[in-house]
Design a protein. Sequence first.
Length: 384
Amino acid sequence: MTTSDAAALRRELADRLAAEGLLRSPSWRAAVEAVPRELFLGQAVFRFETDETKPPWTPVRRSDADEPAWLAMAYADRTWVTQVEDVPADRAEGPLDGAPTSSSSLPGLVVGMLEDLDVHEGHSVLEIATGTGYSTALLCHRLGAEAVTSVEIDPRVAERARRALHAIGQHPRLVVGDGFGGADTGADYDRIIATCSWRYLPQPWLYQVDTGAKILLTLSGWMDANAQVMLEVDEAGTAQGRFLPGYRSFMMARSHQPPPHGPVFFPPGADEHPTDVGPELLDDWTGRFLAQLAAPAAQHIGNAAETLLWDVVTGSQARVRADAQGPRVAQHGPVRLWDAVEEAAAAWRSAGRPHISAFGMTATPSEQRVWLGSPEGPTWRLPV
Ligand SMILES: C[S@@+](CC[C@H](N)C(=O)[O-])C[C@H]1O[C@@H](n2cnc3c(N)ncnc32)[C@H](O)[C@@H]1O
């Protein structure tokens, strides 16, 4: 396989993304056709394998694959996990259990977001979550490295990204630290894009943008529901905008992860009563997001027989299970978690159960809320 074969694979990737409507402009096409993704994957990635006899995250080394197969992997439109529980794929001695802690995101997802970001010549961009540096490289190609600042919390991941970016001659400003703080209070970024998700908009970002700036945020939470919102900042420093169509998600920022917990058991003897909102609400993309808005400090702990919400702050619990008579709920503790979910579900039902793109978000330095329909519509405060 030669350099020109890799270039051909990049063109094919660009064609596929264009056919799916994700790649829409010549300038981003030029970036996709120029940036060698294989360089950003390093020497190994993890593949998820469902063989019950061993842990699922299986390292695949470049040296074990033939070069054409490796390049075909690099230019597949798929996410390649590069680190699991902070072990990089090239240091894993065998398959691992646990959660991915860094990856090269799906090119279609990254490119679709970059198109949505609506950048123009002369814009300066703050990227949160450098990861492998692939998306940083696309930004550098599009705007020039001097316009790009990228923040990564994991020093080893950041160092690998720095080396890959330098290898292709790109020298953006790379910051190692918690992206919650953004980079440089008083900076005037035109755009902020985050490729990890957050429970709310980190407030420091509001002090690092100018009027008219756009912030593309993936909002997530402790029920693992995700939705992307495009916020625009007005003269008063308020960021407001609507959630985007589609179904995009990202790993959660380390600083917003839920606290670990041991086994959680619902206390015996609680009163159980029928509810018109069954556990299947959490199987729906928007329904789950809504439940997360209604009970923002609750974690979802489920099994096949029952759904359990557990509020980390107060210890309150809600248990929902369905039988032939329909769904029934039992609640325990000071916060009536399922009452809040039922109330949110009622507002959503009366609006016709729309996709999350019917919702919007408003963020000021002191308060953040998500609303349905318009800022005057039903509202849920984010856990700022
Ligand atoms: C999905 S990857 C980013 C993908 C990357 N943009 C790419 O194209 O390769 C998510 C990254 O977010 C980083 N991360 C997690 N929490 C963070 C935080 N609080 N601040 C900055 N980076 C964070 C992780 O270490 C991980 O490398």
